[in-house]
Write a protein that binds this ligand. Sequence first.
Ligand SMILES: Nc1ncnc2c1ncn2[C@@H]1O[C@H](COP(=O)(O)OP(=O)(O)OP(=O)(O)O)[C@@H](O)[C@H]1O
Length: 312
Amino acid sequence: MEATIEINGLRKSYGGTVAVDGLSFTVRPGQVTGFVGPNGAGKSTTIRLLLGLDRPDEGTALVGGKRYQDLRTPLCQVGALLDASALHPGRSARDHLLWQAHSNGLPGRRVDEVLELVGLATVAKRAAGGFSLGMRQRLGIAGALLGDPPVLIFDEPVNGLDPEGVIWIRNLLRRLGEQGRAVLVSSHLMGELEGSADHLLVIGRGRLIADTSVRELLAKASDGRVTLRTGQVREAITVLNQEGATVAATDHDEVTVTGLPVAKIVSLLTDAGVSFSGVAERRPTLEEAYLELTHGSVEFQATPAGQGAPSW
Ligand SMILES: Nc1ncnc2c1ncn2[C@@H]1O[C@H](COP(=O)(O)OP(=O)(O)OP(=O)(O)O)[C@@H](O)[C@H]1O
């Protein structure tokens, strides 16, 4: 099966609320695609429509060229983590997965494989109701991986996890992308996707705001800016200004320089006898890069009534 997700002209309203407003995008195989937007932007609705849990008013949401409802063995074609708490509390982790495996015609040994894969093998016989949030997330992910599907969808997988859990998920997502799968991962926090997403789809108020590779976004935002650490801020500004650079003080011993490459800055300061302890091309965080991209965008700044400000 083709490992893609294709959303075309998707629209869904609930009463007077437009949750998804004419959304179109493609999620490609071999990479992790972040699906980002503030609370209420329409991410979960899009995912529910994709998984056939709700019907679109207009448009299509296809996995591998088919509607979810038309997939013959859905678990083997698309795995999803939606709500990690949706499990029978008295049932063991292994039984929880066995039930899913059997209902999809998958062998019991696959359950042991995925339990091993997510690091739950040693607690497989414990009741899932006593699991921490992190363990429940792992169990949910094990369920998504059961059918070894080429397409994976994770809705807010990092929500509420401790730093160790966040790193674990980040590495797992990267590995799944490297294996050639199409991985769609939603988050309302841009920073959560740092280090895992290769591509970004940004939505606000049910509409697509940006569809960009992370590399392009970071390269654009970096813009050749250089961070310079020096105990002689004033002298450094004078020297660099004379060469046409724009210099802005960002701390008592730090400035950001635009318009000159690192090597030129080093030679100018050295010639002028200005001491410095560090000079490096500035690497923006994903969050900074995104804020730059959307700066001044009315669509981004406007938040749905009662939703508060976007969380990044
Ligand atoms: N079943 C529903 N009934 C009524 N309104 C709904 C329903 N599902 C979603 N909505 C509304 O649609 C909009 C989009 O919600 P959705 O949950 O898709 O956003 P989200 O981007 O996933 O947000 P979050 O980050 O908070 O999960 C919101 O205004 C929400 O209140």
